[in-house]
Design a protein around this ligand. Structure first.
Ligand code: KG4
Ligand code: ZN
Length: 334
């Protein structure tokens, strides 16, 4: 039984998870979102996020235990998302987890946030088989991670500039949509024409290249809009055409990786995995290449603590050396 905490960005989250065969069962997953607060500034201000985590962390942990119907004595270990992320935000969760672990005499499992996003796919009745490729697309990350076996991560492609979610958020701002832009763009894109504007797709030569670049796409949308006020129809068409450009690159790069590595399954995760167009298009392409496709339910795509508990359960290393567990702003996975 693992109590997990997540405070790396703008969600304060706690969850209780336990082993369920090859996968993970969630007994509770509580997320206190700060989105309304960050909408005021159009993005996350780290110190503002940190103060909000200070306010929310202890109540959210209490709720997670209550909903799971367990007491601290039932917990075997405390998992904490300690890297990477916004340092002032991470520190709140890390120090809370260590304090609880010390008081309750439990081990701590320091957990990589991206491993959490990946293992959100194990919150499932059936677990993905290895070798497995993960496409992680969030506000801070765009990565293709190859896992020959469980717990061995090799990053085989990553963004050279903006993350996919960051591009959604920046283009959302250009279109005058509220923060965060990702869900807003996918909402207005439903009524738009994805082929009206041909925005650039940075596929990067040669054909074996698995890296991403989204800053040119964002700049192209910026030049396209210029100083004009766009009509509602044009906003919808720009949103749809932009989304089409991002999704087609993500699908194409994943397909290239499928050609290159022997894979049994492909898992999609991270906040941008909530995007319905991406979910559907990647599923079709992966299945047509003969691999199994997995994507978490929407609530486990954006930041949550159940995914941190899942990664801790499946690949974590418990420790009682509390001083060794530190918040780390940047650290690659594998
Ligand atoms: O994983 P996440 O909650 O936090 C990070 O670790 O970054 O991802 C948040 C990102 C934001 O950039 C948000 O705009 C994007 O995920 N996002 C979406 C959608 N829902 C959230 N992007 C595209 N379409 C969506 N439906
Ligand atoms: Zn995340």
């Amino acid at each position: 039984m693992i109590l997990a905490l997540e405070t790396s960005c703008d969600e304060t989250a706690a969850a209780v998870v336990k082993r369920n065969g090859e996968g993970v069962a969630v007994l509770s997953s509580v997320v206190a979102s700060q989105i309304d607060l960050h909408r005021l500034t159009g993005g996350v201000v780290p110190d503002v996020a940190s103060r909000e985590h200070v306010r929310q962390t202890v109540p959210v942990v209490g709720q997670a235990l209550d909903v799971a119907g367990i007491a601290p004595g039932d917990v075997d270990a405390i998992a904490i998302s300690n890297r990477p992320g916004l340092l002032p935000a991470l520190i709140v969760g890390v120090e809370t987890a260590k304090a609880l672990a010390f008081a309750w005499n439990k081990p701590v499992i320091p957990t990589h946030h991206i491993a959490g996003h990946i293992f959100a796919n194990w919150i499932n009745e059936r677990a993905p088989e290895f070798p497995c490729l993960a496409l992680v697309v969030s506000g801070g990350h765009t990565e293709l991670v190859w896992m020959e076996t469980r717990g061995v991560f090799r990053t085989v492609g990553q963004t050279l500039d903006d993350a996919a979610g960051e591009a959604f958020d920046k283009v959302g701002r250009l279109l005058g949509l509220p923060y965060p832009g990702g869900p807003e763009i996918s909402r207005v894109a439903q009524n738009g024409d994805p082929h009206r504007f041909k925005f650039p797709r940075a596929l990067l030569a040669p054909k074996t290249n698995l890296d991403f670049s989204f800053s040119g796409l964002k700049t192209s949308v910026l030049y396209h809009i210029g100083k004009r006020a766009c009509s509602p129809q044009e906003v919808e068409d720009i949103a749809a055409s932009f989304q089409e450009a991002v999704v087609s690159v993500l699908v194409e790069k994943t397909a290239r990786a499928l050609e290159r590595f022997h894979l049994k399954s492909v898992v999609l995760s991270g906040g941008v995995a909530a995007n319905q167009t991406l979910r559907a298009r990647l599923r079709d392409r992966v299945q047509s290449e003969g691999a199994e496709f997995f994507v978490p339910e929407i609530s486990y795509c954006t930041d949550n603590a159940a995914m941190i508990g899942a990664a801790a359960l499946l690949v974590g290393e418990p420790t009682r050396d509390y001083a060794s567990v530190q918040a780390v702003a940047r650290e690659p996975l594998g």
